[in-house]
Design a binder for this molecule. Structure first.
Ligand code: IPE
Ligand code: MG
Length: 212
């Protein structure tokens, strides 16, 4: 989800205004995924690197997360959305950690859509923590130690706002993901944008390194 800050700047507003509008896009895209029967929606909300932004912006983003977690409970239950947060939880404030755990428990029985919010996440961090735990336990395969263990790898990764890079998202798990890049800024990314991305995805020929 990229382009919140630019979206706000284009309107002569503070960056946080773009983050707030970005939450409206999350709501719209989540609803669209439920409607379309898409079983998993992963959202890269905040990277390990994002902690290095000005404290004021970090605080504003965490505050928005906190508020929307409380606000979305009923809609999630109504739509059968299971909420999951993956990332380096130790860095998240205890109050937000508690709110996250509570919503995860409350929605754990829902099965229409699993919404995975990647928070304080980076692909290199994930591989490192998996390798460390694997070594400690004497395991011999990385995958079961990744925080995404048990979840399918993403079929499609959409990057908004014109950037064409992976920015430390799912490095391991994106091995065979299809990518769609769009200039649309995240706060403008709504159902029609998702449908356009899905259309593009549908035209791809996935061979997984093999011959068809
Ligand atoms: C995405 O929008 C939200 C987060 C990374 C938290 P940005 O904040 O990166 O917006 P731009 O890229 O500065 O426009
Ligand atoms: Mg950005």
């Amino acid at each position: 989800m990229d382009g919140n800050g630019r979206w706000a700047k284009l309107r002569g507003k503070e960056r946080v205004y773009g983050h707030a509008e970005g939450i409206e896009s999350v709501r719209a895209i989540t609803e669209a995924c439920v409607e379309l029967g898409i079983p998993y929606l992963s959202l890269f909300a905040f990277s390990e690197e994002n902690w290095g932004r000005p404290q004021e912006e970090v605080d504003a983003i965490m505050q928005l997360m906190f508020k929307s977690i409380a606000a979305e409970y009923e809609t999630m239950m109504r739509n059968g959305v299971r909420f999951v947060v993956l990332g380096n939880r130790a860095k998240i404030s205890p109050a937000l950690q508690d709110a996250i755990s509570t919503l995860e428990e409350q929605t754990s029985g829902n099965s229409a859509l699993t919404m995975i919010v990647f928070l304080s996440y980076s692909g290199k961090w994930d591989i490192q923590q998996a390798a460390d735990r694997m070594a400690a336990e004497g395991g011999d395969s990385i995958e079961p130690y990744l925080v995404t263990a048990g979840y399918p790898d993403p079929d499609l990764i959409i990057r908004t706002s014109g950037e064409k890079r992976i920015s430390n998202f799912l490095l391991w798990q994106a091995a065979y993901s299809e990518f769609v890049f769009t200039d649309t800024l995240w706060p403008d990314f709504r159902k029609s944008s998702l449908l356009a991305a899905l259309e593009e995805y549908a035209s791809r020929d996935r061979r997984y390194g093999k011959v068809k």
